[in-house]
Design a protein around this ligand. Structure first.
Ligand SMILES: *[C@@H]1O[C@H](CO)[C@@H](O)[C@H](O)[C@H]1NC(C)=O
Ligand SMILES: *[C@@H]1O[C@H](CO)[C@@H](O)[C@H](O)[C@H]1NC(C)=O
Ligand SMILES: *[C@@H]1O[C@H](CO)[C@@H](O)[C@H](O)[C@H]1NC(C)=O
Ligand SMILES: *[C@@H]1O[C@H](CO)[C@@H](O)[C@H](O)[C@H]1NC(C)=O
Ligand SMILES: *[C@@H]1O[C@H](CO)[C@@H](O)[C@H](O)[C@H]1NC(C)=O
Ligand SMILES: *[C@@H]1O[C@H](CO)[C@@H](O)[C@H](O)[C@H]1NC(C)=O
Ligand SMILES: *[C@@H]1O[C@H](CO)[C@@H](O)[C@H](O)[C@H]1NC(C)=O
Length: 754
């Protein structure tokens, strides 16, 4: 019954809103669906097809000015230019139909912009032979840096093959931080071009994940500087230096990198690399897969695991230190290693050694690779099978941040399950109760379509309630969420923003891509006590029955300015049948950032974390307050700290308890500011970063901290309780460029093999 009504509503809208020409140009549903996303004002335009702004895409006309206008404009008609100052107030999707867009000058992006091509035939942005500038696309607003959020580039080809090979040209400057996406982009450069670079990140940048990229030709594929980053499924062919590490590259995981016909895969000879894990990667016809500098400190810490080569070698200071492949089942590791059953603060330093390791069967495919999934575009769906949730005749959905959309959305989601893809135009969808996502659901947003919890049902910290609930325990099937933002518009200490109970029928079938949590709360002027100001209980809970894949996700509990508690926890993982988390940033939550509790079979590609800025020296709301009376059994109680020791009672970045078959490839744990005045930190601002308790078969590679006194504390080995096993002092790294006062530390590997 619902189903019939839905189809009628949709068909009417599609005919009314789209010209025949537009539909003929592409088969991709997104181009032809009704575009009624809401921005900051009634006249604000979210969706911009570059052809509507004069771009031709004919490979002859210079489209630079037309595309720049599509990026800049507020409403298409006036000369007002988007500020991009707010995080989501003026979002824009700059959409490219198939074609070759000739550019004689470079483009510049604005915060809140998704530059997106038709994935069924990726459009080409091609620098002309007379290209005037040195950068084809400046992908970020401003100079780039720590506050550069919400920039996306996907489904495009950037091409410099017409530009003289010796001319200096960078195809993409992408100096961004969290909640950004670079996905499904090809960088096409002339083979042997000495001046051409594919993508560059520079300065103080904190990106989380860049995925599914291809590089052809050029001098350098990726010129890399970042505090942390995961690279997933990057293919390099005939690039001279695939990845060139710059002066600060602190904690990076490269997963599924393929080097083919390159001179060198990863060039870390500048000495700037902190820790690099290279996993599930191949090198063919590439003379050197990795080249690192001789190092005297922890710089150049490295892990190679399942790296299959034909003849490539690994070099340190130009000396070959490894020949042949590193097969699944072993790990080549360089740096400080903590293994065996030792509970000692003295590491074993290795300049490169192979150790026996294991990967859980539940996490890998037939050749021992961890499963990975590309973000869905639903390009295989015809427009008749995609529903705009605001365009359903029988159910009114506003997405305006005011009207309660809970009931209408639930009815639409129930009716579409197993049938249609649901498209959520940009806007804020208010939920006053749980929205249930049943098996067979495929939900896709637009420039971070937002779900915001509101109201009394989410207020009791002793009676937790999910805002988005993905399946019930025992449910098995498909549930995917892509391009969403989860938030609250009230103080909701009982809210769990996303709860996953469903398991995929195949690995990765329950999944989230480019979904972020931004819980800055309502105005603290309207709450009186710290407990009353708390914003949410948990960002995400992967319960015991779930099995999910979650990629490129930022969960931030507070804006930098907040001086009070926010959400109690970031991500809580209790799943046993396979969990894959890639490129996770979890920051400023009160008790912990990531908690893996009584779990099994967890793969973590990269976790970035930061402590709440308001905790630490001078703070008076000391953990576990204000949550003392509402703690879950899985929460840390901080009873290992003296009652008044505020630096000990700071949120853990990572807590892993009672778990087995846990494989972690990067912990990037930063402490930049602390205390009520949010003083810039120098040296030991926080006592403990990580707590491991009673785990078996756990491999934690690349744990980096800034300004934490201890990296790892462990309980349950030989009866120990909260023993300090990895200290800053025994693992100190070189000061980071741009952070001269900070004390970085890097541990290459920490294992519980039995
Ligand atoms: C190896 O790569 C080089 C470019 O670096 C290329 O010229 C050559 O043809 C490749 N050889 C094979 C066998 O693919
Ligand atoms: C590591 O090995 C390389 C190559 O043999 C050597 O040049 C370098 O000095 C060694 N580094 C350390 C810290 O031992
Ligand atoms: C260092 O290696 C020795 C010998 O293999 C081992 O007994 C000891 O536990 C190791 N120490 C650490 C901290 O892993
Ligand atoms: C496992 O995944 C890797 C990477 O995607 C792929 O190359 C390989 O073919 C897969 N193996 C099997 C048996 O599917
Ligand atoms: C479910 O997972 C399998 C195996 O990875 C994959 O082939 C299939 O496409 C997935 N289904 C969906 C709807 O993503
Ligand atoms: C894990 O998967 C197995 C096999 O499919 C199933 O029997 C078991 O119930 C699952 N465990 C949980 C906690 O859901
Ligand atoms: C760890 O194991 C010990 C001994 O079995 C037990 O006493 C302790 O409660 C456990 N701790 C946790 C956090 O599971």
């Amino acid at each position: 019954m619902y189903f019939l009504l839905l189809l009628l509503g949709l068909t009417g809208a599609a005919i009314a809103h789209h010209s025949v020409n537009e539909r003929a140009a592409s088969t991709y549903w997104y181009q032809s669906i009704k575009h009624d996303g809401l921005g900051s004002s009634k006249t604000y335009v979210v969706y911009r097809n570059v052809k509507d702004y004069g771009a031709k895409g004919d490979a002859i006309t210079d489209d630079s000015a037309a595309i720049q206008k599509a990026i800049n404009t507020v409403d298409g008609s006036s000369t007002a230019i988007r500020s991009g100052a707010g995080l989501t107030g003026q979002p824009a999707v700059v959409y490219f139909p198939p074609g070759t867009y000739l550019l004689n000058s470079g483009l510049k992006n604005i915060m809140g912009t998704v530059m997106m091509g038709d994935p069924t035939s990726r459009p080409i942005l091609k620098a002309g032979a007379g290209f005037k500038d040195n950068i084809l696309l400046i992908g970020q607003q401003g100079a780039g840096g720590l506050d550069t959020f919400f920039h996306e580039i996907k489904n495009l080809v950037l091409d410099s093959t017409a530009v003289p090979p010796a001319k200096s040209i960078l195809l993409l400057q992408f100096s961004v931080s969290q909640a950004c996406q670079l996905s499904n982009v090809m960088f096409n450069m002339p083979i042997g071009a000495t001046g051409h670079i594919g993508v560059q990140t520079a300065g103080q940048v904190m990106p989380l994940l860049m995925n599914d990229l291809q590089f052809f030709g050029g001098a350098v594929g990726y010129s890399a500087v970042a505090l942390q980053l995961q690279l997933k499924n990057w293919y390099f062919k005939n690039v001279d230096t695939a990845i060139k590490v710059g002066d600060t590259l602190t904690q990076v995981t490269g997963q599924g990198l393929r080097f083919e016909g390159c001179r060198i895969g990863l060039d870390a000879t500048s000495g700037g690399s902190g820790h690099f894990s290279l996993i599930d990667s191949t090198a063919t016809n590439t003379s050197t897969v990795v080249s690192a500098a001789a190092s005297t400190s922890m710089q150049g810490s490295m892990v190679l695991e399942n790296v299959i080569v034909d003849s490539s070698t690994v070099k340190i200071a130009e000396t070959t230190v490894l020949t042949g492949s590193v097969q699944p089942g072993s790990t080549w590791i360089r740096g400080n290693i903590y293994s065996g059953d030792s509970s000692t603060a003295t590491p074993n330093y290795s300049n490169g050694t192979k150790i026996t390791t294991s990967r859980p069967m539940a996490l890998v495919n037939g050749t021992g690779h961890y499963y990975t999934v590309a973000p869905p575009t639903y390009e295989e769906y015809d427009i008749s099978n995609v529903i705009n949730v605001k365009d359903v005749a029988s159910y009114k959905v506003a997405g305006d941040g005011q009207i309660d959309d809970t009931e209408s959305l639930q009815a639409i989601i129930n009716a579409a399950a197993g049938k249609q893809v649901l498209f959520f135009p940009h806007g804020t969808y208010i939920l006053t109760d749980t929205l249930f996502i049943p098996p067979g659901s495929r939900l896709i947003g637009e420039a971070w379509s937002t779900f915001s919890a509101y109201g009394s049902k989410f207020k009791d910290p002793k009676n937790l309630r999910a805002m988005i609930k993905i399946g019930n325990p025992g449910d098995v099937g498909v549930a995917q969420m892509t391009d969403f933002l989860f938030t609250t518009s009230d103080f909701l200490p009982g809210a769990v923003l996303v709860e996953i109970n469903m398991a995929g029928d195949k690995p990765g079938n329950v999944s989230g891509f480019n979904c972020h949590f931004l819980i800055t709360g309502a105005s603290t002027a309207s709450c009186k006590t710290p407990a009353a100001c708390t914003t949410a209980r948990l960002c995400a809970h992967f319960t015991a029955s779930s099995s999910a894949y979650w990629e490129n996700s930022w969960a931030t509990g507070q804006s930098g300015g907040s001086a009070t508690p926010g959400a109690a926890g970031g991500f809580l993982i209790e799943a046993v049948n396979g969990t894959w988390i890639l490129g996770l940033g979890t920051e400023h939550h009160d008790l912990y950032q990531l908690n893996i509790n009584n779990a099994k079979n967890v793969f973590l590609g990269l976790e970035q974390g930061e402590s709440p800025y308001w905790q630490g020296s001078g703070n008076t709301v000391v953990n576990p307050a204000p949550w003392t009376n509402a703690l879950l059994p899985s929460d840390p109680d901080f009873d290992w700290c003296a009652a008044s020791d505020v630096q000990c009672r700071m949120a853990l970045y990572q807590k892993i308890s009672g778990s087995s078959n846990i494989n972690l490839y990067g912990g990037a744990f930063w402490n930049f500011r602390s205390g009520p005045m949010q003083t810039i930190c120098s040296s030991d601002c926080q006592t403990n970063a990580v707590l491991y308790e009673n785990n078996t078969q756990m491999y934690s590679y690349g744990i980096s901290t800034i300004n934490d006194k201890n990296l790892v504390m462990e309980s349950g080995v030989r009866g120990n309780s909260h023993a300090i096993t990895v200290t800053q002092a025994a693992n100190s790294g070189d000061p980071l460029a741009g952070f001269p006062q900070d004390k970085p530390a890097i541990c290459a590997g920490y294992f519980r093999q039995s």
